[in-house]
Design a protein around this ligand. Structure first.
Ligand code: KIV
Length: 286
């Protein structure tokens, strides 16, 4: 199936209340190509690259340089979906100037929008980025960059006051000019209200069915994650398939079943005779 239409920021906005948006993370070119082929709308180079592929315990150590490396790779692999780059910890909090420099760097490297975590406290930064021509996706609810404050990846908005804080944060982001908002690990009835009251699409992760779209980490959805988060669903058995393939490779190499004698590009008989003569000659001189 061909999905020819290029996804754009206005295209994302236009999906408010319409067909659900699909967003998936990617960190490399072949995965990005798969997502593009599958017709996914948004490809997020998430700072989850830190814990998903770089072996960090959280997203906190991820740097701008690491993110740029992965954004470049993803850009090379895809063209149709909208490419969103996640602003890593401390790449936008120090101030507006730094935020514009870093977000602008992502756009120069091929991202089409950036995502950053926070509510009213980042609204000024969001407005400045948008004024500079940089589309911004917001992110409220569980904000993994604040893991140390929260004491762990806990779901958020579990009482009326904190739920109202998240609702207020989403509205502040909307006023500041975001084109979409990620709602992470919040009750579905809160997500329903944010979705109802914000004019821009909400994209949920662990936020129930009432958002305008959903986002998942690629490795979770294809079954590659050893301990996926409880809200994730795997539509494939990636770990099982990879284990099977690796066991098959090892079995066939160790038993001599692969590669076959005809597996390599063999030399013509005349070339082989000449090679043997040369080796004999070289051997005498070595
Ligand atoms: O970094 C990430 O992958 C994310 C998504 C899970 C929303 O922020």
């Amino acid at each position: 199936m061909a999905f020819a239409t290029k996804m754009t920021v206005p295209g994302v906005r236009a999906r408010k209340g319409g067909k659900a948006l699909t967003c998936v993370t990617a960190y490399d070119a072949p995965t990005a190509a798969l997502l593009d082929e599958a017709g996914v709308d948004l490809v997020l180079v998430g700072d989850s690259v830190g814990n998903v592929v770089l072996g960090y315990e959280s997203t906190i150590p991820v740097t701008m340089d690491e993110m740029v490396h992965h954004v470049r790779a993803v850009r090379r692999g895809m063209s149709r979906a909208l490419l969103i780059a996640d602003m890593p910890f401390l790449s936008y909090q120090p101030g507006t100037e730094e935020a514009i420099r870093n977000a602008g760097r992502f756009l120069k490297e091929g991202a089409e929008a950036v995502k950053l975590e926070g509510g009213p406290e980042v609204a000024g930064t969001v407005a400045a980025l948008v004024a500079a021509g940089i589309p911004v996706m917001g992110h409220v609810g569980l904000m993994p960059q604040r893991l140390r404050l929260l004491g762990g990846p806990r779901s958020q908005g579990r009482d009326a006051a904190s739920a109202a804080g998240i609702w207020r944060g989403a509205r502040a982001l909307e006023r500041a000019g975001v084109f979409a908002i990620v709602l992470e690990s919040v009750p579905s009835e809160l997500a329903r209200r944010v979705t109802r009251d914000c004019a821009v699409p909400t994209v949920g992760i662990g936020a129930g069915p009432f958002c305008d779209g959903q986002v998942l980490v690629f490795h979770d959805l294809v079954g590659l994650t050893a301990s996926p988060p409880p809200f994730a669903k795997a539509w494939g058995r990636g770990r099982l398939e990879f284990r099977r393939a690796l066991a098959g490779y090892r079995r066939d190499v160790e038993s001599g079943r692969w590669p076959s004698a005809r597996g390599g590009a063999d030399l013509p008989v005349a070339e082989l005779a000449e090679l043997d003569a040369m080796i004999r000659d070289l051997g005498d001189k070595a």
